[in-house]
Design a binder for this molecule. Structure first.
Ligand code: SAH
Length: 242
């Protein structure tokens, strides 16, 4: 069943309109016809078996028929990544969605030199990955922020998994095995130039910070993000048990 993310409320028999991007996708990429069925989700109302009612050049109308799955949300783990060059940042947005991150926060740090993230583009990538991967929500793309400001406003209850390439940090798997599940976490990944000593110090003084190593090799930011999020999901997230 084709899955499509839409904005409107999903209510049985309440017709909704999807815009140009969707009608092109449904007609020419997925080759659907009027009367065909697909699944819709909006991040609030679960997943709905739906019927494609009409398919025009400019828009498509869709009718939710029956709820297939109740709304669920992934664990509260978010990715804080220094903005890196566009292709790598886009990989990070896609993999964050696949690996069940709740949010992605692009950061400006002292050694960030890749400019600004394009939030619209990252959002589109996250939506497509959510459709493909079967999740019922789309990870939120937060507005780009400065690392120093984020650290200053850090919520007391939130843990920070600091991926520190400088050496001497505890191995990630062992560090996470000692933690209790159920806490909100952020995973912090630096830019290609790494963190400055001053940034490293400001991060490490946070009471909720846990500095970890991802092994003896220096990883690219996208690889580090994928590795850290995977290990977090396995140790504390929804890859566990059941
Ligand atoms: N230029 C830096 C490397 C930056 S790699 C240097 O040579 O030291 C980009 C980011 O990925 C790092 O800031 C860190 O958050 C993460 N990272 C990469 N390899 C890592 C490792 N072995 N352990 C922990 N974090 C790592």
């Amino acid at each position: 069943l084709i899955r499509l993310y839409v904005e409107p409320d999903l209510v049985a028999e309440r017709r909704l309109t999807a815009g140009e991007g969707h009608s092109h996708y449904l007609a020419h990429v997925m080759r659907l016809r009027e009367g065909d069925q697909l699944a819709l989700f909006n991040g609030r109302d679960g997943e709905w078996l739906s019927r494609l009612d009409s398919l025009g050049r400019r828009d498509a109308t869709l009718v939710p028929l029956e709820r297939l799955r109740e709304q669920t949300f992934p664990p509260d783990v978010e990715l804080l990544v220094a903005v890196v060059k566009r292709p790598r940042l886009e990989v990070i947005a896609e993999k964050a969605a696949e690996l069940g991150a709740a949010r992605l926060l692009p950061l400006t740090t002292a050694r960030t030199n890749a400019g600004r993230a394009n939030p619209q583009r990252l959002r589109t990538i996250a939506v497509e990955a959510a459709e493909q991967t079967g999740r019922l929500d789309v990870p939120q793309i937060l507005p780009q922020a400065a690392l120093a400001e984020v650290l200053e406003a850090w919520p007391a209850a939130r843990r920070l998994l600091f991926c520190d390439e400088a050496g001497g940090a505890e191995p990630i798997a062992e560090a996470l095995a000692a933690e209790a599940p159920g806490q909100p976490w952020s995973i912090l990944i630096g830019p290609e130039g790494g963190f400055t000593p001053a940034e490293r110090a400001a991060i490490r003084v946070l009471p909720g910070a846990l500095a970890v190593s991802l092994g003896p090799r220096i990883l690219r930011a996208d690889t580090a993000a994928i590795a850290a999020l995977s290990l977090w999901q396995a140790a504390l997230g929804d890859w566990r048990g059941a």
